[in-house]
Design a protein around this ligand. Structure first.
Ligand SMILES: [Zn+2]
Length: 323
């Protein structure tokens, strides 16, 4: 079932790990706004903002998608819900194309300005992200005017300590990033380092439950309107993970390997193992959750999980991307 959104909002639902994008359209001026309210004419000029930009290895596809959707208009602005490379990996390419303004969560400003890949988690997780420069920031308590609506900026730690939600009370639409999907939520990365995550995620789910959103535009997967049921599913998943924190670590392992696979398309086991040995995050996961087992054991568990989920094929010692 496709859920109808206002014509000023358009969702690009992407593949397995490239985050969805939300394109917001606003009339350029008051005159254009009047035209928009009546009936947009070819002369009506719009300002376009894209929320989240997909994974770096899909950047060319993201630019092509936008070029088609904008039909000659420029992209004025990018807003990121959080700075994982599947949400901001297209920033640099889109900026190169349109010189758009880039807005990021305020807590990440210093790390982005210095391009500190450790703080930004790219290096630790073995991720790649093309460098970009931000123009301004948003923080919890701010309001963003996009697509003709006022969006409240809300904190959503748990999956990422600096992640943000955007909620427009009037059409009751929530942009949830990786804090809530139709079935679950993103890996609780801070938890893997002992930095908390379960408690934060519970607070975020309570916050979302209290918003009374009618529609959620998630970072991954389809737009959905069974919001109460999705929150309940997320709560039971949280309880399942919290009962055995190693489950969150196993999920992280699968996601990180899948990301790498998206970049490489296929990888011999030897290449995957060398990459895993280089990712400091995986060594910390190994020490905390796998009793310091050899990295080959983690690799085997990650591969088995991806194959079982239908997200990869493993043939003669080579792992292939599959979906
Ligand atoms: Zn994320």
């Amino acid at each position: 079932m496709t859920i109808a959104l206002p014509p000023s909002l358009r969702v690009f639902e992407r593949g397995w790990l490239s985050a969805n994008g939300l394109l917001c359209r606003d009339p350029e001026s008051d005159a254009d706004r009047d035209a928009d309210n009546a009936r947009p004419t070819p002369a009506t000029r719009y300002r376009y903002t894209l929320i989240d930009t997909g994974y770096v290895s899909h950047a060319a596809q993201t630019v092509a998608l936008l070029r088609h959707a904008l039909a000659g208009a420029p992209l004025a602005r990018i807003v990121n819900t959080h700075l994982h490379s599947d949400h901001c990996g297209g920033n640099a390419a889109l900026h190169a194309e349109w010189g758009c303004r880039i807005t990021i969560p305020a807590m990440e400003a210093a790390a982005v300005a210095a391009w500190d890949e450790d703080q930004l988690s790219f290096r630790a997780t073995g991720q790649e992200c093309a460098r970009f420069v931000h123009d301004d920031v948003i923080a919890p308590g701010d309001t963003l005017q996009l697509g003709g609506y006022a969006w409240q900026v809300l904190a959503a730690p748990g999956h990422d300590p600096h992640a943000l939600l955007l909620f427009a009370p009037e059409p009751r639409i929530l942009v949830s990033g990786d804090a809530l999907w139709q079935n679950g939520f993103g890996v609780l990365f801070p938890e893997l380092d002992g930095g908390g995550g379960f408690a934060e995620q519970r607070v975020v789910l309570d916050l979302i439950a209290g918003l009374d959103a009618a529609v959620v535009i998630p970072g991954h997967g389809p737009v959905f309107d069974d919001v109460g049921a999705a929150v309940e599913r997320a709560r039971s998943r949280l309880a399942y993970l919290e009962a055995e924190p190693r489950r969150n670590a196993v999920q992280a392992l699968r996601v990180l390997i899948k990301f790498r696979l998206l970049q490489r398309q296929h990888m011999p086991d030897s290449e995957l193992l060398a990459w895993m040995d280089d990712a400091s995050y995986l060594h910390r996961i190994r020490a905390r959750f796998f009793d310091d087992a050899p990295m080959t054991a983690l690799m085997a568990e990650g591969i088995a999980g991806l194959v079982k989920a239908g997200a990869a094929r493993h043939v003669d010692g080579v792992l292939y991307d599959h979906g």
